[in-house]
Each structure stands twice: as structure tokens, then as C-alpha cells.
Design a protein around this ligand. Structure first.
Ligand SMILES: *Cc1c(COP(=O)(O)O)cnc(C)c1O
Length: 417
């Protein structure tokens, strides 16, 4: 079975007949419903008709919605939709939910699988690209289908990994001793029931060489009541039984950091789960120094540590959302040094073909000589840094500290070794 095929249009649910507009105003929904994550998922907005009943769509958005069924499904929780500025098509939340006509413009350079994940796929639910860490595709649904999704070929909610595929992944990890770090992604693992996620984490924790586990999730952004609402205490109590466990979430704009989203992040952090953030640089959505600074500052205030800022992947239908590399570097130069280093993410490009994440600067090292280097400060000043006289960097105590241990083979032990 080819789990990596792009979503066939036949699997996209047909639009339902327009009826009353979906409920997206928390004031009009009983609080016990609004704060129930399963109610949110059951009432997700998934069709152009529903969107049209909620906002005055632009022609461009109408064209995007018309093209969407053959490309990538539409979907958002009512909660996340409630953050849309309905008066402005440029609203950063709106732009992540509603496609525009340019999504149908597929460039030959673009790919369904821009990161070469299919060729690093030892078992159907696993991607093994780096020596010591793997990515587990635990589920194929999300609470929102982001217009910039780089795994859109996999995500759609119609072909979840089977229990047998999950067991194959656990077997592979168990017999691959290099794997120390398992990233659970998909789809969104916090869209799983607490019991199902507990089963996955328990199986991973039975493998002695798995040191850390990470969850990649947008739930704090788009479905925070999964964590703050009913069942949230059980979820967090379950998660903390599997420490050391980290969460990486995905805020792209300060508008998304509502009191509820903050409460969700803080509840995780209070349970001893460090929360990091991976932002995707999105042209016209967050591609200004001002917008990025505000986002990063608000994140760190919430005790969420900015981790990566991603240059856009070359995924089919997202060219219009990418910035040039030069723009990305200029934006980064507006962060580093100008604000708390704790709030500065690393700008990376996930290389086409599976090369992994590569830092792309900006480069502050201007010249390298044997006796000195020249570096550029955040204010643009060029500074000389003298190189040391001695060059031998071997650590004599390593022989004592690592006595009896085999040589660290991480360099040689790539996924194909
Ligand atoms: C991003 C990613 C990882 C983790 O990379 P880090 O740089 O360690 O955060 C692991 N596997 C795959 C396939 C990834 O895409």
C-alpha cells in the first residue's frame, strides 16, 4: 500500500449543502461544548460553503476553495476560526485556514514529498533521516489543515496508521540501537485519545535506548481546550509519566497567542514538559521583523522557547507563501542581538531530497584567517577576533571518562548504515 500518495480527490468529503452558519462565536455556544475538544473536532469547518457562510470571501479565496478538493483539504476548529479577522483577507489566521487561487499553481520544482521522506521510510509509519532520531507518523489527522502544510500528502484523516504499522515502527526502533530520540508527529498526536497516545508512549518507553520523546503538535494553537478543558488533567498527568518528554508546537503569529492558548502551554510547562516552538516563515503573513519580534517575545513570556524558524519547504502549491532566502536572512538579522537570545529561533531550511535541516544564517563570520577571524556584530560593526596559538583540541580526560565504552559511532551510523 502506498501510504505516501497525495490525497486522492475522491477521499475529500463532498461539500455539504449550505445551512445555518457553523458556530464559531464562543458567546453562542454552551461553554461546556466550546471547551470540549471533541465538540470542537466534531464541529470543524471543512467546506467552502461553511466558510462562505462565515466570511465574505474574496475572489482569490473563492478560487482557492474551488481548487482545494484536488489539492489539500480544508479544515479548522471553530475555536481557531474564531480568531479570524473577518474584515481583513490578510489576517494571518485567515491566511492559514483559507486557500487562495495561487495554491493551484504548482511549479515543476515543487514536490509532494519535498523532504525526501519516502526514501527514508524503513517501515510505513516511520521516517529515519538522522543518525540518532526518528519521526513516528502516529496519526494522519489534524485539528487544522494549514495552507503551508509540508506533509499534506500524508495528512487527511482517511488512512491512519494501523496498529500493525505502529508495532512495526516500535520493532524497528527496538532493534535500531542508535535511536535515542523519537519525535511523534503525523498528523497531530494530541488529536489521539489519551489512551491511544499512552499506548504509543508506553511502547516507546519499553525500549531502553530511547532517551527522549518529543511531541510535534499544533493543538496548543488550534485546540487548546484539549489541554485546558475536560480530560486535560488526565492527558497532562499521562504525559508526565513518560518523562523526559518535550513538546514542540507551532505558533506563527502573536494573534494566535490567546489567553487560552497561553494557558495550554503553561499547563504543559507546569507539568515539567519543556515547550518549544517551530514557526514557519510565511510571506505576507509573518514575514516582517516587527511581527516576528512580537511573536517570539510573547512566546518566551509564556515560557515557550522559540526553536526553529523554517524557511518554506518546496511543497506543491505553496510557492506563494515562501520568502526568498535573502529576506529570511534579513528578518533573522532583525532578531539576533536586538532581543533576548532566549527568544531567538534558529533559521533553518529543510533540504529538498532529505538532507535534513540546515542553518542558513545570516552569516556573522565574515573572514577566516589562520591568525584571526572577522565577525560582524548585530549592529553591523566588523570586529577582529584573534585565533589562539595552540590548535590541538583533543581532550585527555576522555580516555578516563569513556574508559571501556565503544567509540561513538554516530558519524558513521547514518540511517542507511
Ligand atoms: C525535523 C526532523 C527531526 C528532528 O530534527 P531536530 O533538528 O533534531 O529537531 C527528525 N527527523 C525528521 C524526519 C525531521 O524532519
Amino acid at each position: 500500500m502506498n501510504r505516501l500518495a497525495i490525497l486522492p480527490s475522491s477521499s475529500v468529503p463532498p461539500p455539504v449543502a449550505a445551512s445555518a452558519p457553523p458556530a464559531v462565536d464562543p458567546a453562542e455556544v454552551a461553554p461546556e461544548d466550546w471547551n470540549d475538544w471533541r465538540w470542537q473536532l466534531r464541529h470543524s469547518i471543512t467546506t467552502g460553503e461553511q466558510l462562505a457562510a462565515l466570511v465574505t470571501l474574496t475572489d482569490d479565496e473563492r478560487a482557492g476553495i474551488a481548487a482545494a478538493p484536488g489539492l489539500f483539504r480544508i479544515g479548522t476548529t471553530p475555536y481557531y476560526f474564531s480568531l479570524v479577522d473577518r474584515a481583513h483577507p490578510a489576517c494571518p489566521v485567515r491566511r492559514q485556514i483559507i486557500p487562495t487561487g495561487l495554491e493551484a499553481r504548482i511549479r515543476p520544482e515543487e514536490l509532494e514529498d519535498p523532504l525526501g521522506e519516502e526514501t527514508h521510510n524503513p517501515t510505513p509509519a516511520l521516517i529515519h533521516k538522522y543518525p540518532d532520531r526518528v519521526l513516528l507518523l502516529a496519526v494522519d489527522r489534524c485539528a487544522i489543515y494549514c495552507r503551508h502544510c509540508n506533509r499534506r500528502r500524508l495528512v487527511g484523516g482517511d488512512a491512519p496508521p494501523t496498529r500493525d504499522e505502529l508495532e512495526q515502527a516500535f520493532d524497528y526502533i527496538a532493534r535500531t540501537r542508535r535511536v535515542r530520540d523519537v519525535l511523534i508527529s503525523g498528523g497531530d498526536p494530541l488529536c489521539l485519545s489519551t489512551a491511544k497516545l499512552d499506548y504509543i508512549l508506553t511502547r516507546l518507553r519499553q525500549i531502553p535506548h530511547v532517551e527522549i520523546i518529543r511531541l510535534g503538535t499544533r493543538v496548543p494553537v488550534v485546540l487548546p481546550m484539549r489541554i485546558t478543558g475536560q480530560g486535560g488533567d488526565e492527558l497532562v498527568a499521562m504525559l508526565r509519566r513518560h518523562h523526559p518528554l518535550f513538546v514542540n508546537t507551532h505558533f506563527n503569529h502573536a494573534r494566535e497567542l490567546t489567553p487560552l492558548a497561553r494557558a495550554a502551554c503553561e499547563k504543559l510547562v507546569d507539568a515539567g514538559i519543556p515547550v518549544g516552538n517551530q514557526t514557519v516563515l510565511l510571506r505576507g503573513i509573518n514575514s516582517s521583523v516587527r511581527s516576528l519580534r512580537r511573536l517570539m517575545r510573547e512566546l518566551i513570556k509564556t515560557r515557550v522557547r522559540p526553536y526553529y524558524l523554517f524557511q518554506g519547504d518546496t511543497v506543491a502549491g505553496t510557492d506563494h507563501l515562501r520568502t526568498s532566502i535573502e529576506t529570511a536572512q534579513e528578518l533573522m538579522a532583525g532578531l539576533r542581538g536586538w532581543m533576548s537570545g532566549m527568544a531567538v529561533p534558529q533559521l533553518v531550511l529543510d533540504a529538498p531530497g532529505g538532507g535534513g535541516k540546515i542553518p542558513i544564517g545570516p552569516n556573522h563570520l565574515v573572514e577566516t584567517h589562520a591568525d584571526r577571524v572577522v565577525v560582524r556584530s548585530y549592529r553591523g560593526a566588523l570586529v577582529d577576533y584573534p585565533q589562539p596559538l595552540e590548535r590541538d583540541a583533543t581532550v585527555p580526560y576522555d580516555e578516563v571518562f569513556f574508559a571501556g565504552e565503544p567509540e561513538d559511532d554516530d558519524r558513521e551510523g547514518g540511517p542507511d548504515a
